[in-house]
Each structure stands twice: as C-alpha cells, then as structure tokens.
Design a protein around this ligand. Structure first.
Ligand SMILES: Cc1cc2nc3c(=O)[nH]c(=O)nc-3n(C[C@H](O)[C@H](O)[C@H](O)COP(=O)(O)O)c2cc1C
Length: 158
C-alpha cells in the first residue's frame, strides 16, 4: 500500500467542490457552539437524514459529541464572512451573528441558503473525525444562491 501524504491527500480531496455549512448547537449550560463544515451531505429522503463529520481536535468536539440537537446552515453566496467566523478556533463566535432560537434553543443563523434542524440519529467512528448522522425535524429553503468551496477557495456558481 502506498504511503498517503496527508497534505497531498487533502489537496486531492479539494478537487471535489462542495457547499459550505455552519453547524450550531447549544449545551445544557446554554453555551452556544458553531463550526464551519464542508463534510455535509445528504443521506436519506425518507426518513430525512443528513450527515457531517467533526474533527476530534475541534474545540467544540465534546459539545457536539454530547449534543442531541444541532442545526445545519447551508451558507448563501454572500456569507463568506460567516464561514470565516465559524472556522475560528474556540471563543464566542456568535457576537456579530444575526441568529434566532430554533428547536431546543439551538441557534438558527439568518440569511442562509437553507437551514436543517436536526436530532442526532447515529455517530460513527471515522478516523480523525466522528461522522454525525442527523434526522431532519424541520427545514427552510430560502432559494438564495449557495456559497461554494473548491481547492481551498470560496467560489460562486455561474
Ligand atoms: C470551508 C471549510 C470547511 C471545513 N469543514 C470542516 C468539517 O467538515 N469538519 C470539521 O471538523 N472542521 C471543518 N473545518 C474546520 C473547522 O471549521 C475549524 O477547525 C474550526 O476552528 C472548528 O472550531 P472549534 O475548534 O471552535 O470547534 C472547515 C473549515 C473550512 C474553512
């Protein structure tokens, strides 16, 4: 088996264009969490299931491992700054963010292309990540154009 260089592997994965999401949650003490994630994908239509994965070195890792509810925000093309905000490590990321409370008080960020409010269904081991599968309890689709991410850069769809 050939040695896999993690950086080269990451670059190769970057040739697969994705959207950009922010996943939010709230712990039992009321602390809010959010991370930028492009590992999001659809899983099932009936039941409605989606997935994303969280890195085990993420500051929010324990909070998401314990979370029963989390919300997926598919970012709109004008939300690059929101992506950058939630890609920061730790700290209060909600200071400059316009949001409301959704199911179980989990933050719903304003102005997104789509939002999916989820309850955890499964957690799977995934190497240096944990794969989170959530059941969609409610969703909203604004029709706004999505933000894209490809080869380490933000992009807009033509
Ligand atoms: C476009 C983009 C996609 C990302 N996708 C993921 C992802 O799918 N899973 C993940 O754990 N981190 C992902 N990250 C990195 C996290 O957003 C970053 O590590 C963040 O600092 C985590 O926050 P925390 O340490 O406060 O939990 C992504 C970052 C960017 C910019």
């Amino acid at each position: 088996m050939a040695d896999i260089d993690p950086i080269e592997f990451r670059n190769a994965l970057g040739s697969f264009p994705t959207g950009v999401t922010v996943i939010t949650s709230k712990d039992a003490d009321g602390n809010l969490y959010g991370v930028t994630a492009n590992s999001f994908n659809s899983v099932s239509l009936d039941p409605a299931l989606v997935l994303w994965s969280i890195g085990k070195t993420s500051t929010s890792y324990n909070a998401f491992m314990d979370a029963d509810y989390w919300n997926v925000h598919i970012l709109a093309s004008d939300q690059e700054a929101v992506s950058g905000n939630f890609a920061q490590k730790g700290g209060d990321k909600f200071v400059d963010i316009d949001f409301s409370e959704g199911v179980k008080g989990v933050p719903v960020i304003a102005g997104c292309a789509a939002v999916m409010q989820c309850q955890i269904e499964h957690q799977y081991e995934g190497g240096d990540h944990i794969i989170m599968v959530g059941r969609v309890l409610d969703f909203n689709d604004s029709g706004k154009a999505p933000l894209a991410f490809s080869r380490g850069r933000y992009a807009r769809l033509a």
